[in-house]
Design a protein around this ligand. Structure first.
Ligand SMILES: *Cc1c(COP(=O)(O)O)cnc(C)c1O
Length: 360
C-alpha cells in the first residue's frame, strides 16, 4: 500500500480498531452447509408464489413504518410476548447487542461466560469497550463462584448469557443465572436465540427482575435472511434503547416478510420439531463413533470433541468432501479439538456422518 495513505489511515482509525479483523464468513458455494445454524427446509412453489404476491404490493418508494406497528402486534400474538412487556426490534440480534453496548456507560465493562457467542466480545471491541470473559467449567456449566467474583471485581454494565449457549448447546443452571442477576448492578441480557429448540425460557420471569431483558431472533427459527432480532423487557429500559435505534432499521421487505411467515408459524414450529428429532438421531449416531465425544444440546447444532484426531485435519477432510461445518478449535481453550455441526436435512446429516466416520 501507498506509504503516505497508510500513515493517514493509521493516524485516523480508532486505536481500538487497528488490530481487529472483520468477522469472517466462509464461502459455502457448492457445499452441504452445516456451519451456521440455518434451518434447512425450503418452501413449496405455491407458498413462494403467495409470498411473491404479498411482496409485490409493497410501496418500495416509501420509507418503512419506523415503529413496525403491524409487525409488532403480529409478533406479540404469535410469539406470546407477555402483555406487560415491551418489544424492540433490531436488524438481527447483532444490531441489538450493538445498541445495548452503545447505550451503556462507556467506562463500564461487558461480561459474558466463555466460550459463548463471539459477537458479545467483537462488538465490545469495535466500540472500544472492555470485555471480560469468564471461563465456563469443563462441562460448559456456569462457574458461579468465578462469575460472582468477576462481577464484584469488574462491576460490568452488561452481562450476556446465552440460554441455550452457543457453541456448547446446553442450558445453564437456572439458579446460577438468578444469583448472577441478583449480584449484578448492571443489566443481564438473556439471549434465547435457540429457544425454539429448547425446553426452557425466561420469557415469563421477566417481570420479577429490574435488571433483566430477553433477546431473541428469527434467524435460527428459519428466517436468517430477514435479519430480525428482538428484545423483550420492561418499557423503561427499552425506551432508552429506542433513542439510539436508527429510525428505519427494519426495512419494508423484512417487515412484510416476517409478518407473512409468522402467519405460518405453526409450520416453522413443525420444522423445529423435525430438527429436534434429527438432533436426537444425529446425537445417537455421533455417540457411537469411538473417536469423538459429543455434547448434549438443546439447540439446532451439536458440538463434539475429537479424542485423538486433529480438528484441522478432520475439518479439511470434510471440506474436501464438500461438507462445511464449523471449526471451534483455536477459538477458546475449552474448545480444544472441537467441531460444531448444524442439524440439517436427513440426507445432509447422513452425508456428514458417513464422511466423518471415514476420518475418525
Ligand atoms: C446466531 C446467534 C445470534 C445472532 O442472531 P442474529 O439475529 O442472526 O444476529 C445471537 N445469539 C446467539 C447465541 C447466536 O448463536
Amino acid at each position: 500500500m501507498n506509504q503516505n495513505r497508510k500513515a493517514f489511515i493509521a493516524d485516523w482509525i480508532k486505536p481500538s480498531l487497528q488490530g481487529l479483523k472483520p468477522y469472517h464468513v466462509q464461502d459455502a458455494n457448492g457445499f452441504i452447509k452445516l456451519d451456521a445454524m440455518e434451518n434447512p427446509y425450503t418452501w413449496s412453489d405455491k407458498f413462494k408464489a403467495e409470498f411473491a404476491q404479498a411482496l409485490s404490493q409493497l410501496e418500495i418508494n416509501r420509507y418503512p413504518d419506523p415503529h413496525c406497528q403491524q409487525l409488532k402486534s403480529c409478533m406479540r400474538q404469535v410469539l406470546n410476548i407477555p402483555s406487560d412487556a415491551d418489544l424492540m426490534l433490531g436488524n438481527g440480534s447483532d444490531e441489538l447487542i450493538q445498541i445495548l453496548a452503545m447505550a451503556s456507560q462507556p467506562h463500564r465493562k461487558i461480561m459474558a461466560p466463555e466460550p459463548s457467542f463471539v459477537m458479545y466480545k467483537m462488538i465490545s471491541q469495535y466500540l472500544g469497550m472492555e470485555y471480560i470473559g469468564v471461563p465456563l467449567t469443563e462441562d460448559f456449566q456456569l462457574d458461579q463462584e468465578a462469575m460472582l467474583a468477576a462481577i464484584a471485581e469488574h462491576q460490568p454494565g452488561l452481562i450476556f448469557i446465552a440460554y441455550p449457549n452457543n457453541p456448547s448447546g446446553n442450558l445453564f443452571d437456572r439458579d446460577s443465572i438468578k444469583r448472577i442477576v441478583q449480584a449484578s448492578r448492571g443489566l443481564v441480557v438473556i439471549d434465547e436465540a435457540y429457544q425454539i429448540f429448547s425446553e426452557d425460557s425466561f420469557l415469563n420471569d421477566l417481570s420479577q427482575y429490574d435488571n433483566v431483558i430477553l433477546m431473541r431472533t428469527l434467524s435460527k427459527v428459519g428466517l436468517a435472511g430477514l435479519r430480525l432480532g428482538y428484545l423483550v423487557g420492561q418499557k423503561d429500559w427499552l425506551e432508552q434503547f429506542e433513542k439510539i435505534r436508527l429510525p428505519y432499521n427494519i426495512n419494508t421487505l423484512t417487515q412484510a416478510s416476517a409478518q407473512f411467515f409468522l402467519k405460518h408459524y405453526t409450520e416453522l414450529l413443525k420444522q423445529a420439531e423435525e430438527i429436534k428429532k434429527s438432533r436426537t438421531q444425529l446425537y445417537q449416531a455421533l455417540n457411537k463413533l469411538s473417536g469423538i465425544s459429543v455434547f448434549p444440546s438443546q439447540a439446532n447444532f451439536l458440538s463434539f470433541k475429537l479424542k485423538s484426531e486433529n480438528a484441522d485435519t478432520v475439518f479439511k477432510a470434510l471440506v474436501k468432501e464438500k461438507i462445511l461445518i464449523k471449526k471451534l478449535h483455536g477459538s477458546h481453550p475449552l474448545l480444544d479439538q472441537c467441531l460444531r455441526v448444524t442439524v440439517g436435512l436427513k440426507e445432509e446429516n447422513e452425508a456428514f456422518l458417513s464422511s466423518l466416520a471415514r476420518v475418525v
